[in-house]
Write a protein that binds this ligand. Structure first.
Ligand code: F0G
Length: 360
């Protein structure tokens, strides 16, 4: 058996690479599709819920899929520097893949509004970190014009290679299940990922110029947003997005059209959930299944559970929720929402014994 060396090698014939392209890879992709065992019982519904745990990618989020493609292409074209605006995960991935390739990454992040783990990543990977007094959308506007003024390649998802890399998650799900799920639930921020999944599912179901179809259908796509940053619910951009799920604190999504296409063509829908709902889903998943994702990621489960309970997603369905990022990226939010704090006792057998018996 051949060693797994990343998603470009795995899906090479379905990606825009030439035979002489040398992938910049950290063995991203190939993430587990974990079936939930306890939560379906808890809600008393006969459904198969799987989570695609993208938090197990090399930098802890799905962004690695797009970044391996974008940086591979940037290097292939001779670029020496990349740039992105980010709520934290894209910047972590850009920083890591730039380090791997030996080029420079510039990252624009909203000051004070990204999770600590993500800032640590950008810094330790050696990115040039530029904090702005503005949100992600302001950073995005700057990045879109900067390429006309400096020799840098944009690696936000407006770079089509990002979408190409990210579509491989849909391939992996169909490969793992032997078919497409009935429903696919995603958190939606800048909307690149829902666009990418829909492209991946479509290529597998409809076939391409070079490949026959490998499955007979596509899932219904459910895009879930945080209530304070929900332009797909109102149909209008949001100027001052706010949510505890800082990864999706976005009001002007760049892949606006792509997300609407996924919703319309799949017969799916968008819905929004409060920060409270999102954090409750994050904690439920950790407590009941042993899976720790970041708040934004839990939006997919919050949405799925809501729509399963209401019957909008019917019993008997196979549902995949993408968990986009690892919970370890944002320990502050996790600790803050845990009501049971650690107890401190003397380092004696007696004290520890008493602590155990009191807690049982
Ligand atoms: N979940 C996480 C953990 C994210 O980091 C993001 C986006 C999303 C969901 C939403 O995905 O933007 O494709 O709709 N994070 C970007 C970033 C914006 O800069 O890291 P999307």
């Amino acid at each position: 058996t051949k060693r797994y060396t990343g998603l470009i090698e795995k899906y090479r014939d379905r990606l825009p690479v030439t035979p002489d392209t040398r992938p910049v890879s950290l063995c991203e992709g190939n993430t587990p599709l974990i079936q939930l065992l306890n939560i379906p019982k808890l809600i008393g519904k006969d459904v198969d819920i799987y989570v695609k745990f993208e938090g197990l990618n090399p930098t802890g989020s799905f962004k690695d899929r797009g970044m391996t493609m974008a940086v591979t292409q940037a290097v292939h074209e001779g670029s020496r520097a990349i740039i992105c605006a980010s709520t934290g995960n894209t910047s972590a991935a850009a920083a890591a893949y730039a380090a791997r390739a030996g080029i420079t990454a510039f990252v624009l992040i909203p000051e004070g509004k990204i999770a600590m783990g993500k800032l640590a990543q950008a810094m330790i990977y050696g990115a040039k970190v530029i904090q702005i007094n503005g949100n992600f959308d302001a950073g995005m506007q700057l990045v879109k014009t900067i390429a006309d003024h400096a020799p840098v390649t944009i690696v936000n998802s407006i770079n089509p290679y990002r979408i190409e890399g990210q579509k491989t998650a849909a391939f992996e799900i169909v490969d793992a299940l032997g078919r497409a799920p009935d429903y696919h639930c995603l958190p939606v921020g800048n909307a690149g990922n829902i666009t990418a999944y829909w492209k991946g599912y479509s290529e597998y179901a409809l076939g391409t110029e070079t490949h026959a179809p490998v499955t007979d259908k596509r899932p219904i796509m459910c895009g879930y947003q945080a209530a304070g940053a929900a332009p797909f619910i109102t149909g209008e951009f949001v100027d001052h997005p706010e949510t505890v799920a800082t990864a999706i604190r976005i009001g002007h999504p760049q892949s606006w059209e792509g997300a609407w296409r996924a919703q319309k063509e799949s017969g799916g829908w968008f819905a929004a959930f409060t920060d409270e709902d999102i954090l409750a889903a994050q904690k439920l998943l950790a407590e009941k299944e042993g899976i720790f994702c970041e708040p934004a990621s839990a939006t997919s489960l919050a949405g799925a559970l809501h729509d399963i309970k209401s019957g909008r997603i019917p019993e008997g369905s196979a549902i995949v929720c993408t968990l986009t990022g690892n919970g370890l990226k944002d320990p502050d939010t996790a600790i803050a929402q845990c009501t049971t704090k650690p107890v401190t006792v003397d380092a004696t057998l007696d004290s520890v014994k008493r602590a155990i018996l009191e807690a049982m």
